[in-house]
Write a protein that binds this ligand. Structure first.
Ligand code: TRH
Length: 375
């Protein structure tokens, strides 16, 4: 089946990171040979390479998995007046990641084939309303697309679930990835590791202040980019060093290596949608420095997730998780880290059960097939 997957980068790595994970997962479903031929339409070859381990790596992976990567310009039909029975560049389904708007000329072209389902793949949210919006059809678009629906990822059977990916690599790969060998040499055995991948914002400074006050030794692994800049700025303002703490700057690593890193840490600080999901698959406690949105809607999102995440946990775990995620003083939650770890493992087990019959990728493909059958 030919599927066009559109990704429009808003900022950072999250949009493209999710889309890349999605197309790799679809293309690896029953490989080789995969019954899916995916075209990833995105303008970010450099970022794809970053997420794949360096220059040329994205095309190497794409070649193995039979994924075609094209730009938004390249996906446009060469001739607006192509007859509707010309199938040369016609996909059998279209996925718009994060509901990005498709190019008008492309939409008009696809509209000539009313049976092609177009799926708006939405942002992840734990808010209860997503269940009632999952898989609903949209009105025909201005450019004539009639079979368009919404697909919501989520944490329940009533939603589209999460991308699961390769958990074996995450949890059971004893080998230190080459890109991390040099950083790993600095780690001290038996010392707790805190991985920091967050935005350059105030909650990080207060968390760093809190960690700084801890007497116990810590190895802090700081991800490339904004997190390193933030830690650097924070350190400039700090009066002295905590001799028991070590700050280790990490290189930007591939998504596979990033997943592995999350599973190696005792606490992960993560930020957008993709690292937030991977932190849960890592089965380790985490703090979600959620992507800030206008009108503070991200706070509703965070609270909805916390309600779900702590629904069945003890009073002390709920309190500790809430305090950690809401940036409260470290004295209010650090002492509960062991309990938070047990809880993260229980949550991982819950996710495994939820996904035992398939993850977001299988749900999405099944939905596409259902849509193709409806007239
Ligand atoms: O990068 P993010 O902040 O991305 C986003 C975008 O801003 C987006 O517009 C918004 O919609 C979304 O957040 C909510 O965070 P995220 O989603 O966690 O994505 C980071 C990606 O980068 C993820 O796929 C993991 C990857 N990554 C690596 O592969 N290697 C690394 O070394 C690091 C630090 C990250």
């Amino acid at each position: 089946m030919k599927i066009d997957v559109f990704c429009h980068k808003v900022d950072n790595y999250g949009d493209i990171g999710f889309a890349w994970r999605l197309v790799k997962s679809i293309a690896s479903l029953s490989n080789p040979p995969s019954p899916y031929f995916i075209r990833l339409i995105c303008n970010e070859q450099k970022l794809l390479d970053d997420l794949s381990g360096g220059p040329g790596q994205a095309s190497a992976i794409a070649k193995i998995l039979n994924i075609e990567i094209v730009t938004w310009q390249e996906c446009l039909p060469s001739d607006d007046d192509l007859p509707s029975n010309s199938n040369s560049d016609i996909p059998e389904a279209v996925i718009a990641c994060f509901s990005c708007t498709l190019p008008t000329r492309y939409e008009k072209h696809i509209a000539k084939h009313p049976n092609i389902p177009v799926i708006n793949l939405e942002y992840l949210s734990s808010e209860p309303w997503t269940a009632s919006h999952h898989k609903i059809s949209s009105l025909p678009t201005q450019n004539g697309i009639s079979k368009k629906s919404y697909f919501f990822p989520g944490f329940t059977e009533q939603t589209g679930k999460l991308i699961q990916g390769d958990l074996t690599h995450m949890h059971n790969s004893p080998k230190i990835p080459i890109a991390l060998e040099s950083a790993w040499q600095n780690l001290r055995p038996g010392i707790k590791r805190v991985l920091i991948f967050s935005y350059n914002q105030v909650p990080l400074a207060s968390l760093l202040d809190g960690l700084y006050t801890l007497k116990e030794p810590l190895d802090l692994l700081i991800c490339s980019g904004q997190a390193q800049a933030a830690v650097h700025n924070w350190a400039e303002l700090s009066p002295s060093k905590n001799e028991a703490h070590q700050y280790i700057n990490l290189p930007f690593v591939s998504q596979n290596d990033f997943d592995w890193l999350l599973a190696q840490s005792d606490l992960n600080v993560v930020r957008g949608e993709d690292s937030f999901v991977r932190a849960q698959w890592a089965g380790k406690p985490f703090i979600w420095h959620i992507y800030p949105q206008e009108d503070l809607v991200h706070i509703d999102k965070l609270n909805a997730f916390l309600n779900l995440y702590t629904a069945n946990s003890s009073h002390s775990v709920t309190g500790a998780v809430q305090n950690a995620m809401h940036g409260e003083k470290i004295s209010l939650w650090w002492k509960n880290l062991d309990e938070m770890t047990t809880h993260a493992q229980e949550w991982l087990n819950f996710l495994k059960i939820l996904h035992k019959n398939g993850d977001l990728v299988t749900e999405l493909l099944e939905f596409i097939q259902e849509q193709q059958k409806t007239s």
